[in-house]
Design a protein around this ligand. Structure first.
Ligand SMILES: Cc1cc2nc3c(=O)[nH]c(=O)nc-3n(C[C@H](O)[C@H](O)[C@H](O)COP(=O)(O)O)c2cc1C
Length: 330
């Protein structure tokens, strides 16, 4: 595998009748508050991304509230599309999966990376790394509950490299179809350099695809990670919010032509279609906190927006700012 192979198709669960074909080996990371159906559509329209994940879905909320939540819906059938599940117990998990399968996802992913304090306190996300027995029971239950491809997105936690490899081998032994490794411990959250040597250490030892994730912010970063770790693919999160063209740029190996004002208009238009009105301003502020980084004085735009009361106020502030400032194009 090399950088150029990112353009090649990847098939997950190739032996299964539910196999999933990725047109490229680039994945849009699940990001709560950000990767809703409208944002996924924007990424798909631009091109280059091979697989999409939902925002994290607590399996318990599916059980307790049914299939009402807007984040469950893949309105535009942007595929392949996997539900990412936040799970801290096995009870009710099979029922939650059966309910979600009625919405016809292409697969499921287990969240073993979230470090939000509330999630850790309840024993889900990255806290599962500290409870390998529970993690294995959950993985086993999930595997038995669906014949669709099943991936796991995990951090390296506080494992040493050898302990991590041992843990990874045990979960791969449960029959999962790909791993996404974000090589950071829990404390680092999203900062510091990812420990690529963990990814390097694990890849030659397991026989399922591994996606590398963490601070891949540019085409050059993508090249470096491919050179250092040789993963089957890359997953990109924050950089795709700042620069939704990043997947295309990596696949085409050149900077894309960008129209920032049009992109923001498209984003707001999609928000109106897929997000309930009372949530739109919050979602838009969060998006702009990344997107504004395309401008030298973007922090001024971001601060003004944070104090705005509704979407139309945010729109006005944003277009005023964007019309008066030049964005970086790279
Ligand atoms: C706002 C935000 C929300 C996130 N939500 C999730 C989530 O729902 N599930 C998950 O596995 N990771 C979540 N993450 C982590 C990302 O998927 C990714 O692993 C992390 O940001 C590192 O990749 P990046 O450097 O490309 O952003 C979130 C990250 C951010 C910044």
């Amino acid at each position: 595998m090399g950088y150029l192979d990112l353009k090649k198709e990847l098939v997950l669960a190739p032996q299964s009748e539910n196999k999933v074909r990725l047109k490229t080996r680039l994945a849009l990371a699940p990001m709560a508050g950000i990767t809703h159906a409208g944002f996924r559509l924007i990424i798909k329209r631009i091109g280059g991304c091979g697989i999409f994940f939902s925002e994290l879905i607590p399996s318990l909320s599916v059980l307790n509230q049914g299939l009402k939540h807007f984040s469950l819906y893949n309105h535009y059938e942007v595929n392949p599309f996997f539900y990412q599940l936040l799970v801290n117990r096995t009870d009710g998990l099979s029922e939650a999966i059966s309910m979600l399968e009625t919405l016809n996802p292409d697969g499921f992913d287990l969240n073993m990376g979230c470090t939000a304090p509330i999630v850790l306190k309840k024993g889900g996300g990255a806290a599962l790394l500290n409870n390998p027995e529970l993690a294995l029971m959950i993985i086993r239950t999930l595997r038995r509950s669906t014949s669709k491809p099943f991936t796991i997105k995990l951090r390296t936690g506080k494992f040493s490299k050898t302990e991590f490899l041992e843990f990874v081998k045990s979960i791969v032994g449960e029959g999962i179809d790909a791993l996404i490794i974000h090589p950071r411990d829990i404390k680092s959250r999203f900062t510091g350099k990812p420990c690529w040597d963990y990814v390097n250490f694990v890849i030659p030892e397991i026989d399922i695809p591994v996606f590398a994730n963490g601070s891949i912010n540019t085409n050059d970063d993508a090249k470096k990670v491919m050179e250092t770790c040789d993963p089957s693919g890359l997953m990109i999160g924050r950089a795709a919010v700042k620069n939704p063209w990043i997947f295309k740029e990596i696949i085409e190996d050149r900077i894309s032509e960008k129209h920032f004002v049009n992109l923001l208009k498209e984003y707001i238009n999609e928000l109106e279609k897929v997000i309930p009105e009372e949530r739109r301003a919050g979602r838009l502020k969060e998006f702009i906190s990344y997107f504004a980084k395309n401008y030298a004085f973007g922090h001024l735009w971001e601060t003004k927006v944070q104090n705005a009361k509704n979407v139309s106020e945010i729109e006005k502030i944003s277009y005023d700012f964007m019309n008066r400032n030049e964005a970086y194009m790279n």
